[in-house]
Design a protein around this ligand. Structure first.
Ligand SMILES: [Zn+2]
Length: 142
């Protein structure tokens, strides 16, 4: 138990949240958006950078692009997994077409690629589309 540091996925503000409130609609102190959104949300490179370094909750990023067929197929599955994992990990997305340098910065070679960050470090990554159950297992597995 204790407080958790969470970066607001909308405005990038760092928030301290009591663990018990993670699943009870905790809101950002600055912009009032939900700190634990019900679905996978798109984030900016700046927010990704901050959240991957500061969050106490695991952060999972789906690097995708609108032109990528497998990415589109995976989107609803990723959404489902985000809902299932709510409160345990935050699942976000980065559009690598819109933010081209971000893919390079995180050494993304093909999409979709998921990268899991925990306590300021990359814990693992996985290329290729997966189903919701597989994503959930990948995120929670060691
Ligand atoms: Zn905010």
């Amino acid at each position: 138990m204790g407080d958790k540091t969470l970066t607001c996925l909308s405005c990038g503000q760092l928030n301290r949240v009591p663990e018990a409130k993670l699943r009870a609609g905790a809101k950002c102190g600055k912009c009032s958006k939900a700190l634990v959104p019900a679905d996978a949300v798109e984030v900016s490179p700046a927010v990704l950078e901050k959240a991957s370094k500061n969050d106490d909750l695991p952060l999972v990023v789906d690097f995708w692009a609108p032109w990528c067929g497998p990415c589109k197929m995976m989107a609803p599955e990723y959404s489902k997994a985000a809902k299932k994992l709510s409160g345990r990990a935050r699942l976000v997305k980065v559009n690598t077409q819109k933010h081209q340098s971000t893919g390079g910065r995180y050494r993304i070679k093909g999409i979709p690629t998921m990268v899991a960050f925990e306590r300021g470090k990359e814990r693992k990554r996985q290329a290729g589309a997966m189903r919701a159950g597989q994503i959930e297992g990948w995120v929670t597995g060691r």
